[in-house]
Design a protein around this ligand. Sequence first.
Ligand code: ADP
Ligand code: MG
Length: 312
Amino acid sequence: MRTIKDIGEFGLIELIRKRLRHTKGVIKGIGDDSAVISQFPGKLQLLTTDTLVENIDFKMKEASPEQVGRKLLSVNLSDIAAMGGVPKYSLLTLGLPAKTSMSWLNRFLKGFLSLSARYKVKLIGGDLSNSGTLWTSLVLIGMIERKNCVYRCGARPGDDIFVTGSLGGSILGKHFDFKPRLNEAREIIKRFHPTSMIDISDGLIQDLRHIMEESAVGADVFASAIPISDAARKLSRIDKRTALMHAMTDGEDFELIFTAKSSSVKSIPKKIAGIRISRIGTIHNNNRELSLFDSEEKKKKFLLSKSGYKHF
Ligand code: ADP
Ligand code: MG
C-alpha cells in the first residue's frame, strides 16, 4: 500500500498544487511563504498558516506553554516577513485533549497574546476541537504594498545570494525563542530591492532549493561565507557533525535568504536593523543545480546531498 510517507512532504504539496486552477485575484497560491491575493488598489493581502503538534513540533516536558504560544505566532510572522509584509490579523485553532489543564491553556494564551500585542496582531477568530493529541494552528493575515512584495520566484542569473544572522544549531534553543525578521525584511526591501526571498524553516540548502525551484535557476554557494552560529559550533562538539553542516542543513533558524541584482547593491551593508548580512553565493542559469565551493575562488567543490528538514 502506498502511503504519504512514500511521496513525502513536497510530493504531497505538488499533488494538491496540480489539482488547482488559476484563479483571478489570486496572485500567488501554493508555492511561497504566504499566499497573496489582490483586493485593494496598490495593496496585497498575505495569508499564511502553520501548525504545531505535540510530540512532533514540541514536547510538553521541554517547552513551556508560553513558548508554544509564542512559537505558533512567530513561525507565521516569519512567513509574512519572508514576503516583506506587515502582519495584521490572526485566526487561532486549538485541538485539545479534554484532560488539558486550564493552567496550560492560560499560559499558552498569555504567551500567544502578549507577543501578538507586541507585533500589533489582532486575534479575530478561530476554532476548537477535542483531540487525542494537543495541536494548535494559526492563520495569519498580513498586508503589503504591491510594489514591495517579494516572492520565491524572482531570482535571476547573476544575482547575489544573501542570508541574515548566523545559522545552525537552533535545536539548542533558538527554534523556540527567535525573532521573526519583520523589520529586517522591510529594511532589506528598501536597501537591496531583492528579487526573491524565503525564510529558513527547513534549512539553508533546502530553502535555497525552494527559491531555485520556483525561479528555475541554479546556485553556487561559498562555504567559507556561510555565517556559522555559536550554537552550531556547540552542537558540532556534541554530535561530531561539522558546524558548517549544521549551518547548512539545520531547520528552524527563521533567518531570511534573499537574492538581489549585484548592480542594485553597490556597497553591501554589513548589518541591517542590527542584524548581520552575509553574501553567501551567486545565482546562475544552470537550471536547478546547486554547487557548494570552498570560497568564491571555487578551488574546491563539495558534494551536496539533498538535506534539510522534511515532514514524513
Ligand atoms: P513554509 O515552510 O514557508 O510555511 P511549507 O513548506 O509549509 O511552507 O509549504 C510550501 C507551500 O505549500 C506553501 O505555499 C503552502 O501554502 C503550501 N501548502 C502546504 N501544505 C498545504 C496543503 N495541505 N494544502 C495546500 N497547500 C499547502
Ligand atoms: Mg516559509
